[in-house]
Design a binder for this molecule. Structure first.
Ligand SMILES: *[C@@H]1O[C@H](CO)[C@@H](O)[C@H](O)[C@H]1NC(C)=O
Length: 839
């Protein structure tokens, strides 16, 4: 909890930034509809507008249980908080930020499509209530509504719960006033429409606002149906504490402070409690549901508004945001929100079954379907919009020979924006370059347009050198979740380029499915009249179905990708000729490793070459460069950039050759890192585990090299090495570092890696088929079938036991561990369930 002095600061901010309800700023409120740019006349522009509208609003503040914002840098931020008021200390469990340690039986979207809405369920075991939240959007995407229901747990039918909704409008401009002072002016307003009443409001609380980007809008926080009960058993000790009323409090906060709503609320509440104590003596006389009502002590109005309601038992209320431009018949109302919410869930179900086809044995039981829907919804519930500056150290140059960790000194760069999924809302609520490619795999099946929006948002962050920060910690809210020593990003450090994986996957699927027919003859999906080519219902696969749009997209990102590709290879180049390794230069070394960790590789504590040496070449890194090269080749091919295509083809061939020449060990029968011994002679360093599989996982092992494939399959399927009953473990049981120290990548099972293993087994069972023996074929299909069921069954078992999916699974017991609600990589389970039962 924050100290009271914050109040003083906030109030002085309030005075500093007050503007009142003047008419100073006159906006063209219809500017959002005025797309006079040339773009809109093209098919791409039409797509872009349609897509932007449908993705404008969402629960994009995904680090909260429920927080709504638009994809606009400084705008209207809203959020929900709740706490139990049966006792004084229950307020310690006030819910706002989704925390790993919160005592939740479940906290996840169970049905959700970012374009339309869905349902979130939070089963709160400390507040003894299920909070069920439906979120819906208007057809034009510009308005939204949410229905919040409280369902008490058995035995707690009279539970008292306090709900707080807040909305804050950010956006200010700095200017120099007549006296030469720098002053900040608000770019918009958010005002209370009700007549101010310190005693509370018997009716809905209504706010109205205006901002440059949103235009005119209204926000109404309902009191809910007559069936709602408010605590009435205690005598009302002060007229300002009536629990049957809605209570409102407002203040002014500068930009980048609305996210502190919880602390601000708590501070104000403590102020109120202090004042009550002064007035009435011991606060213990007050029932908690009264004591913890926020009071309007300053009688002030600013850009941040809190609205509080206190209920007893089962309850519900709605919050509705309507933009003035949304047509009347499309607006969300207290009367139609229920129907719209049901419709959204139905639409999700339909789209889900069109996108996924769960295969045996995961298609028999309703639980499997429920689980699969929750995986997708939960993953998409992590779709977030970030805006802000970040810390970068461009000065520290890593010394080649020192493998110490560096204390980086960051300076601010940006602000940047990023539209991304997150690995885990409670634990890693920010963008991770190495994770994102895997996040997009399930999304690609559900809504490839959305996946490509995310890809584009990421690639927009590539700087002129070609660098992109591996962890995107944008703005103070994101920074508040990261320990200081991990906040600074360095251009010396890369991460596995998984987003490139997506791109080649996508182009491959387009080529395979022949979606385009003849690429030179653009086809149009339909013609909706008025020159409109697309309708909202086409969203989800417009880009891949329309060569014109796809070409524009590819052309836009290609130059960025090219600089990124070149930067990546340049900065991670390893020594080849210096150590007599031939003339083929394709060999790479992860920069920035320490003696124990190679964070750049993404497999942090996986054992590497010891003693560390600049002669080291990493097999996983060469494989990743191979993935990048293949992607660049596909895009260049797609765009008919013949010269580039040839260049990439040559690099790819060199990579395939060197994976064999430099990294395959005949004696160990596996792929290994390469280093040198004391006499500078080349030497393989082999720690069998995920690293050994990389050329196979990235499909760079030649299909006719069946001896290698057989040896890889043997390694995977041997219980003394990588096989466990719950999935493929990260490091071989026979390795000296197995299960030691932090044990992060030294035995646990990671689901995205298992998903890649299954895909590669599937791939080679086809492509190597002409070259393999019957025995090998048999071995591959058995391994595949058993691995697939082992992995899925265990994740579901642990999900039933804990209510969540997790970061990793123990290879001995199958037990879930690490970060909770880890829908990032673990949601690739959906891909696995969607794969064929047998190959
Ligand atoms: C859609 O949004 C993106 C990202 O904010 C932006 O770059 C693009 O110009 C927008 N398109 C249109 C047609 O407004």
């Amino acid at each position: 909890m924050m100290k009271v002095s914050i109040t003083a600061i906030l109030i002085s901010f309030a005075i500093l930034f007050t503007l009142g309800k003047s008419d100073e700023a006159i906006f063209d409120i219809y500017s959002t509809d005025e797309y006079a740019n040339d773009e809109i006349n093209t098919v791409s522009g039409q797509y872009s507008q349609l897509s932007n509208d449908s993705l404008l609003w969402g629960p994009y503040r995904s680090s909260l249980y429920f927080g709504i914002r638009p994809r606009i840098p400084r705008s209207l931020l809203s959020g929900l908080m709740w706490f139990n008021v049966d006792s004084y200390d229950a307020i310690g469990n006030l819910r706002h930020v989704y925390e790993q340690g919160d005592n939740m039986k479940k906290a996840n979207w169970v049905s959700y499509d970012p374009r339309t809405g869905g349902r979130l369920v939070v089963s709160d075991q400390d507040c003894h209530i299920d909070v069920i939240i439906d979120f819906v959007k208007s057809e034009d995407g510009k308005s939204w509504g949410t229905k919040i229901k409280g369902v008490p747990h058995k035995g707690y039918e009279k539970v008292k719960t306090s709900f707080v909704w807040y909305s804050g409008l950010e956006g200010e401009t700095e200017r120099i006033d007549d006296y030469g002072n720098k002053v900040s002016e608000r770019n918009g307003y958010l005002n209370l429409e009700n007549k101010k009443n310190v005693l509370g409001y018997a009716d809905n609380v209504k706010l109205s606002g205006i901002s440059e980007e949103l235009g005119l809008f209204e926000l109404e926080i309902g009191k809910g149906p007559k069936s709602n009960k408010h605590p009435t058993d205690a005598t009302l000790l002060d007229p300002e504490l009536d629990t049957s009323k809605s209570h409102h409090y407002s203040l002014t906060v500068p930009d980048d402070h609305v996210w502190k709503a919880r602390d601000i609320f708590m501070t104000m509440l403590m102020e109120s409690v202090k004042e009550l104590t002064n007035k009435y003596g011991n606060i213990q006389e007050f029932p908690p549901e009264q004591a913890f009502i926020i009071r309007d002590l300053q009688n002030f109005e600013g850009n941040l508004h809190f609205v509080q309601n206190v209920f007893e038992g089962k309850c519900e209320f709605d919050v509705i945001y309507n933009n003035a431009v949304t047509p009347e018949e499309d607006k969300i109302t207290f009367d139609n929100i229920n129907t719209k919410a049901k419709k959204a869930i139905k639409a999700f179900d339909k789209k889900f079954s069109q996108s996924f086809d769960l295969k045996a044995p995961f298609n028999k039981d309703k639980t499997h379907e429920k689980f699969a829907k929750e995986m997708l919804s939960g993953l998409l519930g992590g779709l977030s919009y970030f805006y802000g500056d970040h810390l970068v150290d461009r000065n520290t140059v890593f010394d080649e020979d020192s493998f110490e960790s560096y204390q980086l000194q960051g300076s601010f760069e940006g602000p940047h924006e990023l539209f991304t999924l997150v690995p885990s809302r409670p634990f890693f609520p920010r963008g991770f370059y190495w994770d994102e490619g895997f996040h997009l795999l399930p999304l690609l099946k559900f809504d490839s347009d959305l996946a490509l929006e995310v890809v584009q948002s990421w690639f927009n962050l590539i700087d002129d050198d070609g660098w992109i920060a591996r962890e995107q910690i944008l703005g103070p809210e994101s920074r508040s979740k990261v320990p200081e020593q991990f906040q600074v990003q360095s251009p010396e450090i890369v991460n596995p380029p998984t987003l490139m994986l997506i791109f080649s996957e996508l182009l491959e699927s387009i080529q395979n499915s022949n979606t385009y027919g003849d690429i030179n003859e653009p086809q149009q999906v339909s013609d909706y009249g008025d020159g409109k080519t697309f309708d909202k219902k086409d969203l989800g696969s417009i880009i891949i179905k329309n060569p014109e749009v796809m070409t524009d997209y590819a052309k836009r990102i290609y130059p960025k990708l090219k600089t990124h590709f070149e930067w990546f290879r340049r900065t991670q180049q390893g020594y080849i000729e210096e150590f007599d390794r031939g003339t083929n230069k394709e060999g790479y070394r992860w920069r920035g490793r320490t003696l124990t960790h190679c964070l750049a590789s993404g497999l942090d504590d996986y054992p590497r070459v010891i003693p560390a040496d600049i002669a080291e070449l990493n097999v996983d890194l060469l494989s990743w460069v191979g993935v990048m090269t293949k992607s660049m080749k596909s895009i260049a091919g797609f765009l008919n950039y013949e010269n580039d295509f040839q260049k990439y083809q040559k690099i790819e061939n060199d990579i395939v050759e060197n994976l064999d020449n430099l990294h395959w060990s005949d004696s160990e029968k596996t792929y290994c890192d390469l280093s040198v011994d004391d006499n500078d002679e080349n030497k393989h360093i082999c720690h069998k585990g995920y690293i050994s599989l990389f050329p196979f996982l990235t499909k760079l092992t030649p299909a006719d090299d069946v001896d290698k494939i057989e040896q890889i399959v043997d390694l995977i399927s041997d219980p003394e090495e990588l096989w466990s009953d719950y999935g493929i473990r990260s490091l071989s049981k026979s390795n000296e570092f197995y299960g030691t120290e932090e044990n992060y990548w030294r035995s646990p099972i990671w689901i995205h890696m298992n998903s890649l293993i299954l895909e590669s087994l599937q791939h080679y069972s086809k492509t190597s088929s002409p070259y393999m023996s019957k025995g090998l074929k048999q071995k591959i299909s058995e391994t595949y079938k058993n691995l697939r069921t082992n992995v899925v069954n265990n994740i579901i078992k642990q999900w039933k036991r804990t209510g969540f999916v997790w970061e990793q699974y123990d290879d001995q017991t199958g037990k879930a561990k690490g970060a909770k609600n880890f829908l990032g990589w673990t949601s690739t389970v959906l891909i696995i369930m969607n794969m064929d039962e047998t190959i």
